[in-house]
Design a binder for this molecule. Structure first.
Ligand code: MG
Ligand code: MG
Length: 285
């Protein structure tokens, strides 16, 4: 509690935040009367979305101390606040596989859909926010716009294999509230905002969407950059590869896979450093 006696309840997404992590935190905090937070700088796409709907960026937090925490869009410790155990984890709202265990019971609500925003939107449209401790209050057009943007971003305009019918249904309903008539046109605007990689430095491109994983005690890094046209990164590929090799050595990775994904052609090129054999075996290339 702060000096006013309010609950210090924070909603926060994962490190290297993406649009789903930021927008889901903002909207869920609205329904829970909590503080929205972020664990890092906004990427250009998220900046574009917040500017478009005139919503302020959430507060940057680096510590859980003295806070009650609700995680959105992740539950893995490696993607969360480093000192999470110093605060009180009270809930997770997510669309990934379960990534944590807790010593006490917590609120845990996840669905295998394309985005966390989809999960939140469904709770709203079913008038079921109370099921996760929230209030059934209004979803304003700006907040509906944020959820719509997050769905579009995470599903790459419904092209990603993680896309479900629920994502499309929620996007349609959200677009009505947000007064976004043409979802496809708005979607292309978002994807283009993401696609500023042509102007970015290789080291920025690598960290834009990058996560650490542990598989059987092996440290694996997976990064991805999505482009509308592969030519945007063609001349930077060599330097990206060199930086990945350095990262592998300096940070003790077993394997790093970096994907350059062409969202229009719906395919990826993988830059692989470290234990390449395992990747070759898995993909037969
Ligand atoms: Mg995410
Ligand atoms: Mg997500």
């Amino acid at each position: 509690k702060n000096e006013k006696g309010d609950r210090m309840l924070y909603v926060v997404g994962h490190k290297n935040p993406d649009t789903d992590s930021i927008c889901s935190a903002i909207v869920l905090a609205h329904f829970l009367d909590a503080y929205p937070a972020r664990q890092g700088d906004l990427n250009p796409e998220t900046e574009f979305v917040l500017r478009k709907f005139g919503v302020m960026e959430p507060e940057l937090i680096t510590s859980a101390e003295g806070k009650e925490i609700i995680l959105v869009d992740h539950s893995k410790k490696s993607q969360s606040l480093d000192d999470l155990e110093k605060g009180k984890l009270v809930g997770v709202i997510d669309h990934h596989k379960i990534g944590t265990t807790t010593s006490e019971p917590i609120l845990y609500y996840a669905k295998p859909v394309g985005s966390t925003a989809t999960v939140i939107a469904e709770l709203y449209f079913k008038n079921a926010m109370d099921l996760i401790g929230g209030k059934n209050k209004e979803l304003t057009p700006d907040l509906a716009g944020l959820l719509l943007s997050a769905i579009i971003s995470d599903t790459v305009l419904f092209k990603s294999p993680t896309t479900t019918d629920l994502d499309k249904e929620m996007a349609k309903k959200l677009a009505e509230i947000a007064n976004m008539g043409d979802i496809d046109a708005f979607g292309m605007e978002i994807l283009k905002a993401k696609s500023v990689v042509g102007k970015m430095k290789p080291e920025e491109i690598i960290t834009m969407d990058y996560k650490d994983f542990e598989f059987n005690g092996k440290k694996v890094g997976i990064g991805q950059v999505e482009v509308i046209d592969v030519s945007e990164v063609e001349d930077k590929k060599e330097e990206i590869y060199k930086l990945l090799e350095e990262k592998l050595k300096n940070e003790g990775y077993d394997l790093i896979v970096f994907l350059i994904t062409d969202i229009m052609k719906e395919g990826s090129e993988a830059l692989v450093v470290g234990n390449k054999e395992i990747f070759e075996k898995a993909f037969g290339v």
